[in-house]
Write a protein that binds this ligand. Structure first.
Ligand SMILES: NC(=O)c1ccc[n+]([C@@H]2O[C@H](COP(=O)([O-])OP(=O)(O)OC[C@H]3O[C@@H](n4cnc5c(N)ncnc54)[C@H](OP(=O)(O)O)[C@@H]3O)[C@@H](O)[C@H]2O)c1
Length: 335
């Protein structure tokens, strides 16, 4: 089932950074950022237990619990259960993404994609989010970047555990849609080849961006479009570097990435195009994408994102990007 009718618009708000992903954010600043998203008319919010070991969900719930529940769409994730006992956030094994959320809550996080853990995780998320229902549930990070060589074994646990539970909850109307939320293309390609269970959509982060889209274009996006499985694009600024930040793939951006961003920015400047407009509109141009969900920790960012989506971008800019080899020749261009 497509989620295009379920989503209230093409721009959502991602709250990973509000779990203190890179820095300790004061509660008031986090609340003001969610409020800014609301005030700008954004009505789709994405979070996860992983984001600061519950901190992002708590902060989001604080603001959204004051809003009518029918007025917004909410997604969170399963795959990591947050315990009451403490651990050292710096010492967590996060595969390629070490150090992430070290400023978040110190609660112990346990990877678990089983059916029981999925149900428990949903119950815990409902409490932290102060709501009685979730609209979309993503199975989180069942991929190589977090689990290395073990990812296929964990995927198998998810296939027979989380996937089946979520499929049933969707069929029973408890949730409205489910899928995987990952930074890698391969788990989604594998999932599309399954006869069952059948997800409704995928949250793909960082892999259909202006900066990085070649692999997703080859097989995943055409196959997803062919099966009516929509893509929500996470990390549209490649975790910040495209928008003026310093992170790529949630680490300090390497020199070759910074150099490519500079080339894209120079071309955008020549055409009078904002880099955020280029990034968001590129991600949304593929027919498989349903929405884009940039994240932020500062209220002012949301106005930039909203303006970027509305900006008129000359066709000559897109063709120049293509001619200079900065985007794939077969990437759909915004109309
Ligand atoms: N596995 C998954 O399911 C998965 C993985 C990744 C992401 N996601 C989802 O996708 C959402 C978006 O991804 P993301 O938040 O990681 O990355 P993103 O949207 O690509 O980039 C967000 C970063 O860009 C920075 N930024 C925005 N405007 C800026 C400007 N004008 N100047 C400098 N920096 C600027 C923000 O910095 P400030 O903090 O300073 O505002 C923020 O840290 C997440 O929040 C999450 O909901 C899901």
């Amino acid at each position: 089932m497509s989620i295009k009718n379920l989503l209230p618009g093409r721009l959502g708000f991602g709250t990973a950074p509000l779990g203190n992903m890179f820095r300790a954010i004061p509660d008031e600043e986090a609340a003001a950022t969610v409020q800014a998203a609301w005030d700008h008319g954004i009505r789709y919010f994405d979070t996860a237990p992983f984001y600061g070991a519950g901190l992002s969900e708590i902060r989001l719930g604080e603001v959204l619990s004051g809003m009518p529940r029918d007025a917004y769409v909410l997604s969170t994730k399963v795959g990591r259960v947050i315990l009451d006992e403490a651990e050292d956030p710096v010492a967590r094994d996060l595969g390629e993404k070490g150090g992430l959320f070290e400023h978040g809550r110190p609660n112990k996080m346990v990877n678990d994609y089983s059916a029981d853990a999925t149900l428990r995780s949903i119950e815990d998320s409902l409490k932290r989010l102060r709501t009685d229902r979730l609209d979309i549930v993503w199975v989180h990070d069942v991929a190589q970047d977090f689990h290395g060589d073990e990812w296929l074994a964990r995927y198998e646990t998810a296939r027979t555990g989380a996937f089946r539970v979520l499929d049933r909850l969707r069929d029973e109307g408890v949730i409205r849609a489910w899928g995987l939320g990952v930074n890698r293309v391969e788990p989604l390609e594998v999932t599309l080849d399954l006869d069952e269970p059948r997800p409704d959509a995928f949250l793909l982060a960082g892999r259909y961006t202006l900066l990085d889209h070649e692999r997703a274009l080859q097989r995943l996006l055409p196959a997803a479009a062919g099966r009516n499985v929509d893509i929500v694009v996470g990390g549209p600024y490649s975790s910040g570097v495209l928008a003026g930040g310093t992170h790529f793939e949630y680490q300090q951006a390497p020199a070759e990435i910074v150099a490519k961003v500079e080339r894209i920015k120079a071309l955008a400047a020549r055409h009078g195009v904002g880099i955020k407009a280029a990034a968001l509109q590129f991600s949304l141009a593929h027919p498989a994408t349903a929405a884009v969900i940039p994240g932020a920790t500062r209220p002012g960012r949301v106005a930039e994102d909203v303006a970027a989506l509305a900006e008129t971008v000359p066709a000559a800019f897109w063709t120049a990007l293509r001619e200079e080899g900065l985007i794939a020749g077969n990437a759909p261009l915004p109309a």
